[in-house]
Design a protein around this ligand. Structure first.
Ligand SMILES: Cc1cc2nc3c(=O)[nH]c(=O)nc-3n(C[C@H](O)[C@H](O)[C@H](O)COP(=O)(O)OP(=O)(O)OC[C@H]3O[C@@H](n4cnc5c(N)ncnc54)[C@H](O)[C@@H]3O)c2cc1C
Length: 386
């Protein structure tokens, strides 16, 4: 058993690290606070091919292994978690199309999605249904060779750039169980009746927009039904969300690593009672715990990513997402405490880490729901601890 990245992964990580240190770290605080869209960072990510990380090579993508996929989110989130969001749901959409799309859909979209010429997101959540996706109300009624879509979506990240946006709908609202009547439609942004109505104000996760979308008699050609067969939407979405949990676990590691780095540096510089505060045992206890937790989270994230390589891994990805997101939040809080009053200042990085870390326990399935997913996987014997 080797607890290290292979040579390609190490080189890739070093490349990402250079990019993040050069292009993201110096601007993150200012741009986040001013609400400026990180266009130049997006361009840099395009140049590196990062919009194609989940696109198969035959369609022009990098088709990264899941551990390298995790490295992208870890490193970018170390610079600015919000920017990782620009790639996050885009990569899920690409993966969803690559895994479940028809050949026509793959050819139509994947090459442009891989370069970032087209971008995407994922439209699942609604005002009255998030965890309970079978409770969505958006419907798609067949009318000749089109579906007529009506409903609304909420919290859709990248909504203003997504084209097409995969949208979860009910093609058979009377189906029982409900998931058998659910499908995913690829809706193009300029389709009449598809409107991004609002940017939702939020605590953190700035740098990318999260929006409300209204779907009012949107006519979508039947050829846009992912996979061409109705009733497979929930299964398609759930299989893509598995990579989503690796993505969130890795982003959490990035946040936690940055909290650790900031805390360690500050503890060495800040003096109290004539000594660096790093000399005090109370600070050392926090630093020791921080380093331990960050490293444990990293191993957990890579382990879960590796598990995805061999197929469905709900238990492992759930465990990693829960653990890493809790570590990120605690690391951010401890880093703030080590900074004393400055930790509460918007002139220091750690307050953003704190605001961003909380989302990690909500997105891609709340941690409580994932605890039940992990439990079911343990009970079914699909995940074995030990
Ligand atoms: C910044 C941001 C960006 C987002 N981006 C996207 C996006 O791009 N696309 C998208 O589709 N969605 C997105 N989301 C939505 C996100 O996935 C949901 O918020 C999340 O799944 C939780 O759903 P909810 O908010 O409806 O909470 P609810 O489902 O209402 O849950 C509320 C609380 O009840 C608990 N709960 C619910 N059901 C159970 C149960 N059965 N057992 C125990 N506890 C339960 C939950 O754990 C939670 O604590 C985003 C959200 C945020 C905040």
């Amino acid at each position: 058993m080797k607890f290290e990245l292979d040579e390609d992964q190490r080189e890739f990580k070093a490349l990402l690290r250079q990019f993040v240190d050069r292009e993201i770290v110096p601007v993150a605080r200012d741009w986040e606070q001013s609400g400026r869209y990180p266009t130049e960072i997006v361009d840099g990510m395009k140049d590196m091919g990062l919009f194609g990380i989940t696109v198969p090579e035959e369609y022009g993508g990098l088709d990264l292994d899941p551990v390298s996929f995790a490295l992208v989110f870890e490193e970018i989130a170390r610079g600015w978690m919000g920017v990782a969001g620009i790639l996050g749901s885009h990569s899920l959409a690409c993966r969803l199309i690559a895994m479940h799309g028809t050949e026509d859909q793959k050819r139509a979209y994947l090459p442009d999605l891989a370069t970032g010429k087209r971008r995407s997101g994922i439209g699942l959540t609604e005002p009255d249904a998030g965890t309970d996706l079978q409770g969505i109300r958006t419907t798609a009624r067949l009318d000749g060779d089109h579906y007529v879509v009506n409903g609304s979506k909420m919290w859709i990240t990248n909504a203003r750039y997504a084209d097409p946006l995969p949208v979860l709908v009910k093609t058979d609202p009377s189906a029982s169980p409900a998931h058998k009547g659910m499908s995913v439609l690829l809706i193009e942004a300029d389709t009449p009746g598809f409107e991004v109505t609002k940017d939702i104000p939020k605590l953190g996760y700035k740098g990318t927009e999260s929006c409300e979308i209204l779907l009012d008699d949107v006519r979508v050609p039947v050829g846009q039904l992912v996979g061409g067969v109705e009733g497979r939407g929930m299964q398609q979405v759930l299989s893509a969300l598995e990579w989503g949990r690796v993505n969130i676990a890795a982003r959490s590691v990035g946040i936690a690593q940055r909290a650790h780095d900031e805390a360690l540096a500050y503890a060495g510089e800040r003096k109290a009672f004539g000594r660096p505060i790093a000399d005090f045992q109370a600070i050392q206890l926090k630093l020791g715990e921080l380093g331990t937790q960050v490293q444990a989270a990293r191993l957990m994230a890579y382990w879960a990513a590796d598990a995805v390589r061999s197929g469905r891994a709900d238990g492992a990805t759930g465990m990693a997402k829960i653990f890493c997101s809790e570590v990120a939040l605690q690391a951010a809080i401890d880093a703030m405490k080590i900074h004393g009053g400055y930790g509460y200042s918007t002139e220091f990085e750690v307050e953003r880490l704190y605001r961003d870390s909380i989302l990690m326990s909500i997105g891609e399935g709340t941690n409580d729901i994932l605890r039940t997913v992990v439990a079911k996987s343990l009970i079914a014997g699909e995940t074995v601890v030990g």
